[in-house]
Design a protein around this ligand. Structure first.
Ligand code: FES
Ligand code: FES
Length: 170
């Protein structure tokens, strides 16, 4: 049986008919075509699927698409500005080699964005704690922590960003 789901996805409103047991991560990737959200495990442990739901980081493999009905969802594709300018966290990961294979990176960036929203000036330890639900098999986390610190410094000096950046692909 299918259910209607209505979400604001990266600033754009959309409605779809989905199976009741379709996971949000599969809705994002397979229905909305937003493949920046990755699937890295089947045990809800890796964090590669992390997105924002109503502004909070959520592992999108842990909820059904129908549970996102009426809510605001942001994926990695919605982090850059409309003109393509990368979000400071994205830029810091790029500049500071905060990623190697990049598979974990979208989820790490979404988790880091939530972390910095709650704590704009985190210590190393607080960053590691905040990102403990996101596993990276490549970097050893050193450059990830540095990139989050760099982003925090940049974000502290710039004007607030708009709440949503509608993107193509939804
Ligand atoms: Fe969601 Fe691994 S795919 S936590
Ligand atoms: Fe490869 Fe994190 S950069 S898993």
């Amino acid at each position: 049986m299918k259910h209607k789901v209505s979400v604001t996805l990266n600033g754009n409103q959309r409605e779809d008919e989905v199976e009741s047991r379709l996971l949000l991560v599969h809705y994002l990737r397979d229905v909305a075509g937003l493949t920046g959200t990755h699937v890295g495990c089947d045990t809800s442990q890796c964090g590669a699927c992390t997105v924002h739901v109503d502004g909070k980081a959520v592992k999108s493999c842990t909820m059904f698409a129908v549970q996102a009905d009426g809510r605001d969802v942001r994926t990695i594709e919605g982090m850059a500005a409309r003109d393509g300018t990368l979000h400071p966290i994205q830029q810091a990961f790029w500049d500071g080699r905060g990623r190697q294979c990049g598979y974990c990176t979208p989820g790490v960036i979404m988790a880091a964005a939530d972390l910095l929203e709650q704590n704009p000036d985190p210590s190393d330890e607080e960053i590691r704690k905040g990102l403990e639900g996101n596993l990276c098999r490549c970097t050893g986390y050193v450059n990830i922590v540095k990139a989050v610190q760099t982003a925090a410094r940049i974000m502290a000096t710039e004007a607030p960003r708009p709440a949503a950046s509608p993107v193509a692909g939804e």
